[in-house]
Each structure stands twice: as C-alpha cells, then as structure tokens.
Ligand binder design. Structure first.
Ligand code: GLU
Length: 345
C-alpha cells in the first residue's frame, strides 16, 4: 500500500455501482423523466450560444471499468465552457502540486457570480477558487509552456487525454466569445494589477477563451468524469492522466464551487462533485464508480442546465451515488473486521 504525502497509508472506500443492466435502465429513465421539462433559458451573453436548439438533451454514464451507457443526444457536440476549468485545474495541480496551487488560486467559494470583479476586490486581489473566471484565468496562466501557443497545446492535449480522443475548438464559438469577452479581459488586467498574473494577461485570456470553446459531447464529459473517478486513469484508454491525489483535490474544489452560486443546493440535492458550463453541459463524478455527462442548453438563473440537473439528481438517487448517504450498520458490513464480530443490532 502506498504512503501519501503525510506518510499515511492510503485507503479509499467508495462502494460499487449496481449491475450493468440496472445502470442502462436508469440512464434511459433519467433521460425520459427529465426531457419534458422546458424551464430555463439558453445562454445569450456569448451571442452564438443563443442559436442552439434548446431541445437537445443527452445523458451518459461512464463506469470506471470502461462501460458506457447513453440516452438521447449523448453524441451531439457543444462547447465545454466552464467545465474546462476543472480539468485545467487538475492538469496544473499535477504539474505544480497541492500546496502551491492552493496558495496561488485558493479553494473557497466567493458567494458571488462566476465573472465577478467585486469578488477580486473584496479579497485583496486573490482569485479565490479555480471555478470562477478569475481563478480559472489565473490557473490557465500556470499551464506549462514558454508561449501562449505552447500553453494552449498543453491545455488541448491535456483535456483530450481526459476525454480519450483529440478535442477540437469550435471556431465560431471562439470568435463569438473573443469579440465579446471584455469582462474577462478586465478580470485578467485586474489580476495583473495585483501581481497575480505574470504573463501577458490578454494572451492568457485568449488561451482561456479557446479552452472554453473546445467541443465535447455528453459522452466525452462522462469519460472525463470517470477519469477523475478512477484515480486519474482514463477507463477507456487506460492512460494515467493525473495522479489519484490530484483527482481528490480537484473533486474537493468541484464539490464546493462547481455549480456557480448554487453549489450548496447542488451538494444538498445531489451529493457529488460536479461542474457545469453555460453551453448546457454538466460533468459529475461518483468517486470510485464513474462519471456522468449531461447536456441540455436551457439554464437556470445561475447558469446550470435545468434538465441536466434533474437527470443527474435522478441518477444520484437511483444509482446510490450521494457521498453523504449512509445506511444503518448491519452485521454483514462487519465481515473481515477483528473486533466485535458477530455483534448484531
Ligand atoms: N467562457 C465563458 C466565460 O468565461 C464560460 C462561462 C461558463 O461556462 O460559466 O464567460
């Protein structure tokens, strides 16, 4: 057994998914039960996103053994947007380590909108966490590479390894956001003024904007999530993308800050780390079990896919994924322990 950085033997306890057929049925049920909901509105602050078909809806579960279950539009591509933040964060943690990233970026919720300038000002120029734009832009700035082009390649390659296939940029989405992202440029300039970005801030925003325009499907998101659920090994390609420690750190940050200002409600209802994006995707991770990818473009006021949240909530309950849920102890759960064996309640 391996020792962790504190010299403690690492153990993990996560449980298992139900059988293949049950997962297959529940993925179909999650789709069928949520597709009639038409609440919410598609994002329009990036102009091109408003042109999407709002009825699109895909659900996918990828298990840590590589099995994949799909329903609906699970193979329709859309821009990853903010979901990229979680995976770029994992790549930066892998390169720079837990402590440096915690100090430079932070892990606490801002309590304010994802693109808040006020949050930076209120926290003495600290970006607060990697899931809001300030922290995400500061994180992208830490990607390895001697030029913006090299950093971009590191982002694209890294996210492609999570997905298990080469991801491409939607050039139309990229151009639409690049023409309208004055606010992100302002955030980067503000971080520069506080000494939080040492590179050309506008070049960093450009890499960040391309990162957000990478095209993924619900299936890709499920596999990317399953990689974080599988100690950093992509269960389809078998490649070790990041270490188990990096997965653990990334999931902790996603749990507390992944769903914008609704992160608390999400954890309360669903009980799993997740990350949403304004194009309508959500990735959710059940550690040791698998990843869930959902896509439907209508969003709640905080920017989270309405159908996606419903489908994920159903799957969390039906597949027994909530990490806070427990059942009463029974004698069978003691088998293998030395003390108190045979004791019953
Ligand atoms: N590219 C978007 C932005 O920076 C991502 C927003 C999101 O998905 O939350 O504004």
């Amino acid at each position: 057994m391996e020792l962790d950085s504190h010299g403690v033997e690492q153990r993990v306890a996560t449980g298992a998914l139900p059988g293949w057929e049950a997962v297959e049925e529940h993925v179909a049920a999650a789709h069928a039960r949520s597709r009639t909901h038409t609440d919410g509105a598609v994002a329009d602050y990036i102009p091109i996103l408003a042109e999407v078909d709002p009825e699109l809806f895909g659900v996918c579960v990828a298990e840590v053994d590589g099995e994949v279950h799909e329903a609906g539009d699970a193979d329709v591509p859309f821009s990853i947007q903010s979901i990229s933040k979680a995976f770029v964060y994992a790549l930066v943690c892998e390169q720079l380590g837990h402590d440096l990233v915690r100090e430079r970026i932070g892990v606490n919720n801002t309590g304010l909108a994802f693109n808040s300038v006020v949050a930076i000002e209120l926290n003495d120029g600290h970006p607060m966490n990697p899931m809001v734009n300030a922290g995400a832009i500061a994180t992208t700035a830490l990607m390895p590479g001697d030029s913006p082009e090299e950093q971009w390649e590191a982002v694209r390659n890294g996210l492609s390894r999570f997905a298990g296939r080469a991801l491409d940029v939607d050039q139309v989405v990229y151009a639409s956001e690049a023409a309208t992202n004055q606010r992100n440029r302002a955030i980067a300039r503000l971080l520069e003024s506080y000494g939080r970005i040492e590179l050309d801030p506008l070049a960093v925003v450009d890499v960040y904007t391309r990162q957000c325009a990478l095209l993924v499907t619900a299936r890709d998101l499920a596999i990317m999530g399953a990689t974080l659920a599988d100690g950093g090994v992509n269960p389809v390609t078998g490649e070790q993308v990041v270490s188990p420690e990096v997965c653990r750190d990334t999931l902790a940050v996603m749990a507390s800050t992944g769903l914008y200002e609704r992160s608390g409600e999400w954890l309360f209802e669903i009980g799993l780390p997740g990350k949403s994006g304004v194009a309508g995707g959500i990735v959710t991770i059940a550690p040791g079990k698998g990843g869930i990818g959902v896509f439907s473009p209508r969003l709640d006021p905080a920017g989270n896919s309405v159908r996606g949240q419903r489908a994920t909530a159903y799957l969390s309950r039906a597949l027994g994924l909530n990490i806070f849920a427990s059942a009463e102890h029974t004698v069978s759960s003691r088998i293998g322990r030395n003390r108190n064996q045979g004791e019953t309640r």
